[in-house]
Design a protein. Structure first.
Ligand code: AMP
Length: 120
């Protein structure tokens, strides 16, 4: 599958559409999810063209992988989520119900989130 340069997160990275940005470093960008599912719902994306975890893990440089994880950690600290806990979530592909084909991690917190998956 080829990377879609016009996916919504690619357009956010090019500043073609706005986002409520909370953190940025050389390799990653973090912004509020436009349809929050929890009081805190932040998305962290790499700046490189990676569709999903598979190609990020296989092809990103060490600098990109470390910087991405540092961005996730920075957001968790900034929103003081470590005290009561939070959830990291990353949907991949068809079975994962991934909507946006640019690798991203959801950071969810600010309330008791309940069980991670329904059984249906
Ligand atoms: P998924 O690909 O299923 O892991 O989720 C994509 C997420 O992106 C959803 O939670 C959407 O609410 C969110 N989203 C879609 N468009 C935007 C946007 N323009 N700004 C911020 N979040 C967005």
């Amino acid at each position: 599958m080829e990377y879609d340069k016009n996916n919504v997160f690619a357009r956010i990275l090019r500043k073609e559409i706005p986002a409520n940005i909370v953190y940025e470093n050389d390799v990653a960008l973090a912004f509020h999810d436009v349809y929050p599912k929890a009081p805190t719902h932040i998305l962290v994306i790499p700046k490189g063209e990676f569709i999903a975890f598979d190609d990020f893990a296989a092809q990103a440089s060490a600098e990109e992988i470390i910087g991405f994880n540092q961005a996730v950690h920075h957001v968790i600290q900034t929103f003081s989520l470590q005290e009561k806990g939070y959830r990291l979530l990353s949907n991949q592909g068809l079975h994962g119900c991934q909507e946006v084909p640019h690798y991203h991690v959801h950071i969810l917190g600010g309330k008791h989130l309940g069980p991670p998956l329904s059984s249906s």
